[in-house]
Design a binder for this molecule. Sequence first.
Ligand code: PLP
Length: 425
Amino acid sequence: EQTQSTDEDGRTDVEKLDKEYVFGTWSYQSEVEPTEIVGGDGVRFRDAHENEWIDFSGQLMCSNLGHSADAVADAIAEQAHEGAYFAPGFATEARAKLGEKLAEVTPGDLSKTFFSTSGTEAVEAAIKIARMYTGKQKIISRYRSYHGATAGSISVTGDPRRLMAEPGVPGAIKAPDPYAYGSTLEPMESLEYIDEMLMLEGDTVAAILVEPVVGSNGILVPPDEYLPRLKEIAHDHGALLICDEVMAGFGRTGEWFGSDVFDVQPDIMTMAKGLSGAYVPLGATIVTPEIADHFEDEMFCHGHTYAGHPVACAAGLAAIETYQEENLIEHASDVGDYLGQRLEELADAHPSVGDTRGVGLFRGIELTKDPDERVPFGEREDKISTGSTVVDDVAAAAADRGVYIANMINTLIIAPPLTITEDDI
Ligand code: PLP
């Protein structure tokens, strides 16, 4: 953990090797300049240039337990020693107990889980399950959404990251969003629009797929009555409701799941990120008993080598036990309220802060050129991630002060580990 020698460009050996041999995600390779990280502890981490950072976004809104959750790390090591991997056809204690635990913490009677290794895969499985269960093919999702990067999940993604992959898989249809600050439609009007879409699509829609609280597309919290009414609309038209809880799940909103904020039980729920607290890659798709029963007599044609990987499941189980034992969901709700109050002060104090919004420890600061007219900073034309470079500049200025904040589309995304204290906020 000592400071390392650097070359004339200020790069450490690791940074040089990484740049040369690793394909960067979502980027022009020429622009990739990764900073070497040497360790993490709680809500903080350290780089190889002697800087300490406070993690105000939980990395990619996934490090919900912070960077030193020993119980999870120990469970990983223990399982790896006991037996790292057995094929999905075998039962392991870690997988069985994690399945039981997910049935306990997820809403209502959601109870049978398909395991995978990422949010993307969790969404792919949800799409396939919904199609097979309903016998219909179309999926309605919304424009301001992200559901993953593979063929199906990028096709149901609404934000500009989908554009490079278009036209994508057939049957992915986009609807407007509950975006009170920036949309011409009021949130509840956008819902009636979806009702009409379903009517016009006839009996061909398998599911409506939404993030209950939108994450990377700007932390959009719908009105209380939105999600219950969306479920009603879906069911009126013979479609399922899929809630993508990959980012909103596991305490992020101050409840176990974003769906719980609105007291709604979806038919299918996807999870990843906080499921293992980001200690290992783990995704999950949980369904109701009715949907599970359907596959008693129809083969579920889907699976991955690492579905239900024992090490990942052991980590997931230890992570959920940590949320429970340390009362982290309640804590997130309490400190989240405090964070919300402080952000409101910022909204009043700074002319470029257009809106601050969110719930629990899932909050956003939307920047604006003109708070009265709500004019966004200019669209960036050379990137498929939309937004302006201004929000990048703000995030970079925060980074210079040792504060790590993710951003997208004119919005700074504040989603620290749930263990954060009021002092750190
Ligand atoms: N769904 C949502 C709501 C997400 O926020 C993400 C990732 O950010 C995904 C799906 C995809 O998850 P992953 O990156 O683990 O594949």
